[in-house]
Design a protein around this ligand. Structure first.
Ligand code: GLA
Length: 383
């Protein structure tokens, strides 16, 4: 990746970058839509991600190239800076990070040239957006001679996404990309937020089945779920749904519209499942973990209603397949990918059987990835 990235940078800008950074994508292990509700979540950084190279230049402008966009996109870094649209929209993550640096009292380069390269499939629910935000945050702060704490980089990425890109996401994606560790999950208490790593038992394998489907209104649907959860918390008389208990929810059921009740129940029970998964992991009980993962999916399917026929089909197939502990949609939902936790015996032949069943039903092939856990965002020596 690094050599290709350097080639890309030199071809576009005719010189060498002074910083290189990389940040991983993530799997949402369990804790679906709990993050912005002040809850807990477990995720895994994966061994794929986004690499960026940059150098500071004069002239108050940023120039971007990417593996998916060979044409240079140039943006003036002045008072006119605003969200880009159309085929320039991919630079909004990088620009958002640059725009939010002063909010964290961090200096920033007045101008820069920037190249990125990814081996993360986009649209698969593996959070390429957080990966680009974290890698950009590391690179731009390094260019300015700043060395922020990891938690600051994580918050910077989220702020860029919330306020510049305009997606009201929680801290899961950026937290996992920032704090990931090989053979570990990242546990986030999103209220603090606070971050910890949890060892993953040996023989825990991740398979991701990417449907390549995405609801046309996915951003609006995500924002709608966010709003429904906030309304539910208000009706329950708590600041956030993480402050409510199952008993409170049932006691106040009559005051909640049915829709908000279902959303709240998903979130409140999901936070309980995160705690149960943590306990089962500590005992090495992967079968119990798997049952909780599948229960999480069923709750997304029926209560939070952020699943799709394609995702449900994959979970049904995987839950019935040998050597699979459990399976669930991973990420925001409304399309994207299903993640399965399997033993090491599950292999390409078993995955192929699932793909064939899916193809027979939907006439399209999901992409299959056998993923390893990976380390969190880091600066990489240029030389
Ligand atoms: C997306 C968001 C996260 C989180 C998940 C759902 O991935 O970016 O913040 O809300 O959806 O759990």
């Amino acid at each position: 990746m690094k050599d290709l990235l350097l080639q890309k940078f030199r071809a576009a800008f005719g010189g060498e970058p002074t910083v290189i950074a990389r940040a991983p994508g993530r799997i949402e292990f369990i804790g679906n839509h709990t993050d912005y509700n002040g809850g807990t979540v477990l995720g895994a950084a994966i061994d794929r991600g986004i690499w960026v190279a940059a150098r500071a230049v004069e002239g108050g402008r940023a120039q971007f190239v990417s593996g998916h966009s060979p044409a240079v996109v140039e943006v003036a870094l002045d008072g006119t800076l605003s969200k880009q649209t159309g085929d320039r929209a991919w630079v909004n993550y990088q620009l958002g990070v640059w725009a939010k640096l002063p909010d964290f009292a961090l200096r920033r380069p007045a101008g820069f040239q920037f190249a990125d390269l990814s081996d993360l499939p986009s649209g698969a629910g593996l959070s390429s957006s957080a990966a680009i935000e974290l890698a950009t945050g590391l690179a731009l702060t390094a260019l300015a001679g700043e060395h922020p704490e990891r938690v600051t980089l994580v918050k910077l990425g989220r702020k860029a996404e919330n306020e510049f890109v305009g997606v009201p996401c929680g801290i899961l994606d950026q937290g996992v990309s920032g704090f990931g560790q090989r053979d570990h999950l990242v546990f986030i208490d999103c209220r603090g937020p606070s971050f910890a790593t949890v060892p993953l038992p040996a023989d825990a394998h991740f398979w991701v089945f990417n449907t390549h489907t995405k609801h046309a209104l996915v951003d609006g649907l995500y924002a709608a779920r966010h709003r429904e959860c906030m309304e539910a918390a208000q009706a329950l008389g708590v600041p956030l749904l993480a402050d409510a208990t199952p008993a409170l929810l049932e006691a106040k059921r009559a005051v909640l519209p049915e829709l908000n009740y279902k959303r709240a129940r998903h979130v409140i029970e999901e936070i309980g499942r995160v705690a149960a998964v943590r306990a089962a992991l500590a005992q090495g009980e992967l079968a119990a973990v798997g049952r909780l993962l599948t229960a999480s999916h069923r709750s997304s399917q029926t209560l939070f209603e952020n699943s799709t026929a394609e995702l449900d089909f994959l979970v049904d197939q995987l839950a019935a397949a040998p050597h699979v502990h459990g399976a669930r949609l991973t990420g925001g939902g409304f399309g994207g990918a299903v993640m399965a936790l399997t033993s090491g015996v599950f292999g390409a032949a078993q995955a192929e059987a699932v793909v064939a069943a899916y193809a027979a039903r939907f006439g399209a092939q999901p992409a299959v990835l056998h993923l390893k856990t990976g380390s969190g965002a880091e600066l990489v020596p240029v030389g």
